[in-house]
Design a binder for this molecule. Structure first.
Ligand code: FES
Ligand SMILES: [Fe+2]
Length: 359
């Protein structure tokens, strides 16, 4: 799992004044909206006795731990310890990690790491979100597999005719023509020619002539996002999947799907059903993959030309692992905390609250 990236932790509409627990990188965080509408993201681990702040209550913009009532401001600093008699100071180390937050593309993003602003990798650009001709739907599904397996599955064009033969794959046309990978520092994409099967259901009447081939753009964006852009004869369908690592073996796939056809609300349910169907087809296959974790060495699995996007990912990931961006693959992660930016400014916090696993 990669630290020091922006992660989309939840859909915007799910985050309110009620503290909400979310999990990513095997750690729990609490999200809540402040009175001005912006969002705070704190480690969900109270530094007193490890109470879950997400079970606590908000007092204005301050969150109170449910156990002994310590109150934390949105920047993570403890501002009140109710058991202390009046006038007793609050220790400087009494603070939880707080993470920079942005809200865009209908998602709440938190920067899970301690890099200063100018060194942070960017949030990718999703132009469809601000284009009024597109309509989004939101969907999520939990998959019992490591997030890199679910991530690679989406950019993998060659599985489509086999796993999605009854949806958008065509079992009679399994060849993947050679394609070129365009790669940047934080992403890679490719235009791939696929042969769609005959349309079914509500979309059938949209077709005049069924095209022989459609251009699909598959892309990945570090750390955990994949894009699928299908150009259908009657419009564009885009899926952005956020593969949120809940733990080593569980992934919450959060999907924002955009379409610029059948853009009325009544068609949303059908769009979500199609997405769900595809992921239900992927789920058992991805959950069966062994080894559960993506190999580190490229030579541990066999690659062919149509796997170029995944190979590009594995090479880039290896560079980042070597540069120290990776955090543990432990089956049961200890109660650790992702260091937040403030740790660089306050020396005594540098190694605070990195709880050790009990032997
Ligand atoms: S555990 Fe949070 S205040 Fe004691
Ligand atoms: Fe798939």
């Amino acid at each position: 799992m990669l630290k020091d990236f922006w992660y989309a932790l939840d859909f915007s509409h799910a985050v309110t004044r009620k503290p909400r627990k979310v999990t990513c990188l095997g750690q729990d965080f609490v999200l809540y909206r402040k009175r001005d509408g912006s969002v705070a993201c704190l480690s969900d681990l109270c530094v007193h006795r490890g109470g879950a702040l997400s079970m606590g209550t908000l007092v204005d913009d301050v969150i109170a731990c449910p156990y002994h009532g310590w109150q934390y401001a949105p920047d993570g600093a403890c501002v009140k310890i109710p058991a202390n008699p009046e006038g007793r100071g609050i220790p400087r180390k009494a603070r939880v990690d707080a993470y920079p937050v942005r809200e865009s593309y209908g998602m709440i993003w938190a920067f899970l790491g301690d890099l200063p602003e100018e060194e942070r990798p960017p949030i990718p650009h999703f132009p469809e979100h601000d284009d009024p001709s597109f309509r989004p739907v939101y969907f999520e599904m939990e998959i019992n597999a490591n997030y890199e397996r679910t991530f690679e599955n989406v950019v993998d064009a060659a599985h489509t005719p086999f796993v999605h033969g009854t949806a958008f794959g065509n079992p009679d046309k399994p060849e993947v023509p050679d394609f070129e990978v365009r790669q940047g520092k934080w992403h890679a994409e490719a235009d791939i020619l696929l042969s769609p099967p005959p349309a079914k259901g509500r979309w059938k009447r949209l077709y005049k002539d069924k095209p022989e081939q459609v251009v699909v753009t598959n892309a990945w964006y570090l750390p955990n996002i994949v894009k699928l852009h299908v150009r259908l004869p009657f419009g564009d369908l885009l899926l952005y999947d956020h593969n949120v690592p809940l733990s080593r073996d569980r992934t919450l796939v959060k999907i924002v799907g955009y379409r610029n056809f059948l853009t009325r609300k009544w068609a949303d349910g059908n769009a979500v059903k199609r997405i769900e169907k595809i992921f239900l087809q992927d789920k058992p296959v991805v959950e069966s993959q062994r080894p559960e974790l993506l190999p580190y060495d490229l030579s541990d699995e066999l690659h062919i030309r149509s796997d170029s996007l995944q190979v590009a990912y594995r090479r880039r990931r290896r560079e980042l692992i070597e540069a120290g961006w990776w955090i543990g693959d432990h089956e049961h992660p200890a109660a650790t905390v992702i260091p937040s930016p403030v740790r660089r400014e306050v020396p005594e916090l540098a190694h605070a609250w990195q709880h050790k696993e009990r032997k």
